[in-house]
Structure formats: C-alpha cells, structure tokens
Write a protein that binds this ligand. Structure first.
Ligand SMILES: [Zn+2]
Ligand SMILES: [Zn+2]
Ligand SMILES: [Zn+2]
Length: 284
C-alpha cells in the first residue's frame, strides 16, 4: 500500500495540476472559438488529467479527516466517488466529441483546426514541464500521472499532426479519423483509472484471493470463507473463518491467528478480522 507524501512534493504536484488546468482551458477556448472536434477530444482528455490530479491532491487532506461514528474508515473513499463522477464526465464528453465529429464527414467546409494547432503547441511546451515536476514521485497516483503525462504528449502530438494535415488538406473524413484515434487512445490511457475505481466500488481487490486462500489452506486446512477487499489505496481489509477444536483456548489459537495475519500482510492486508468456529461439522 502507498506511503505518505511530504509537503514539498505536494507543492510541485499543485503546480503541475495548475498547468493541467491551463491546458484544459486552452483546449476549451480553442473548441469554443473553432468548434473543431479535435480540440473537444483533447478537452475530454485534459479534464481527466486536471480534475483527476485535483482529486488526488484533495485526497491528501481528505485522508487526514478523522473517522466518525457513521464513517469508521474516515473519508478515504470520497476519492473513488469523485473519480467515478470524473470517469462518467469523461465518457459523456467523449461521446459528445464523437457525435459532433460525424457531420464533419459530410460537410463541405470543416471547422478550422487553426486553434487546435495553437493549443496543441502550448500543450507540447507545458507537458514536459509537468512531467519534470512529477518525475520520481513516491506517491502512487502522481507516479502513474508522470507516466500519463508522457502519454498525453503522444495524444497532443496526434492532435497537432492532425490539425496541420487538415490545414493543408481540409477533409472531414481525415478529421473524423483523427478524432476517433484520439478518443480510442485516451480511453486506453485512462483504462487503469476506470477499472481501478470500479473495482474499488465493487469491493474488489487486484490480488488473487483464490490463490491466497488455497495456499493458506495448505498450511491451515481449517481456513475457509476468505474475503479481501480494498477500501481505498491505504486500507486492504480481509475476513476469514477458521475451524478450531472445541476445547481450544485463546492462547493455543493465538499462533494460528498471528501466522494467518502475517501471511496476509505480505499481500498488503492491513486490517484482518478472523473468526474461529467450533468444528467442521457445524458448517454454514
Ligand atoms: Zn461472505
Ligand atoms: Zn485511503
Ligand atoms: Zn465459517
């Protein structure tokens, strides 16, 4: 599970985040001025970058909030709720982008890609700075963001090449093809964000619980009914049932409990609830 992040690094991430919002605004303005679908495709991608990073930054503070009587894990999962809202926004924007690019195929005059050239050029200037700001960050989210920034350079370069080609050879079909390619690439690039957050809200985990249960069973055949799920990037929960001899004492069971706990810790489980049960005959 993930480690904390010192305040100095957080400052650099905040600057990177501000730059991402500038890029989002640049493409939004470019779209508003030109109605060019290429700009809109980049608006969709940049909002995930900018808002996703803001959510990550806000989560530094959110995880500091103490648990309450009603929210005993604290408010860590707010990050996932916001992320899912962001994913839905992203998908709606991509749909909108695809829809507005279709009429371009049949229109005699396509929307000017000139502003897309400007905003892409600005993007290509700022993205390497963002990548440098995020480089070598220990934090899980910003580390993946650093790699993500390199991928953003790729989509932006695609938009720049596309808009330059369109200035030379205005073609609705070429515009449509570039838009579709950028949409597909940006879905692939954000796939981890989409599946990761859905898995979290599905009470899932990215480790192989079947494998863990069967290797636990080899050591302790009385182990059964294992659940593992992630509350957030910090809390990995597990519950497990263990049959015990009817007359066993707590002291006798303690080494079993500790060994199972230690074993699950190797897989990042940091909150185990273990239940001992009388005997295999009393199955439920
Ligand atoms: Zn169950
Ligand atoms: Zn957390
Ligand atoms: Zn049981």
């Amino acid at each position: 599970m993930e480690k904390g992040n010192p305040a100095g690094r957080r400052g650099r991430v905040a600057i990177a985040n501000a730059l991402y919002w500038i890029l989002f605004l640049a493409f939004l303005l470019s779209f508003i001025s030109s109605r060019n679908a290429l700009s809109m495709a980049l608006v969709s991608d940049r909002i995930v970058d900018a808002a996703g990073m803001t959510i990550a930054l806000a989560s530094y503070s959110i995880v500091q909030l103490p648990p309450t009587g009603k929210f005993t894990y604290g408010f860590h999962r707010l990050e996932s709720i916001f992320s899912v809202l962001l994913i839905m926004t992203f998908i709606l924007l991509l749909l909108y982008t695809a829809i507005i690019s279709i009429p371009e195929i049949y229109s005699s005059r396509i929307h000017s890609p000139l502003y897309t050239v400007y905003s892409s050029a600005l993007s290509l200037l700022l993205l390497p700075i963002i990548a440098l700001l995020l480089h070598g960050d220990e934090n899980l989210t910003t580390k993946t963001m650093g790699i993500h920034t390199l991928q953003d350079i790729f989509t932006t370069a695609l938009a720049l090449v596309g808009s330059l080609i369109l200035i030379l050879y205005p073609s609705g079909f070429v515009l449509f093809m570039f838009v579709i390619v950028i949409i597909v690439v940006s879905i692939i690039m954000n796939w981890g964000l989409i599946t990761g957050n859905i898995r979290l809200l599905m009470e899932g985990t990215d480790i192989n619980t079947v494998e863990i249960e069967s290797s636990l069973k080899q050591r302790f055949p009385m182990v059964h009914h294992l659940h593992i799920w992630d509350v957030c990037r910090h809390y990995r929960m597990a519950t497990v049932h263990v049959y015990a001899a009817n007359n066993s004492s707590l002291l006798e069971l303690e080494p079993v409990r500790r060994e199972i706990d230690d074993y699950l810790k190797e897989y990042g489980v940091n909150h185990l609830t273990l239940q001992f049960e009388p005997s295999p005959e009393l199955k439920h």
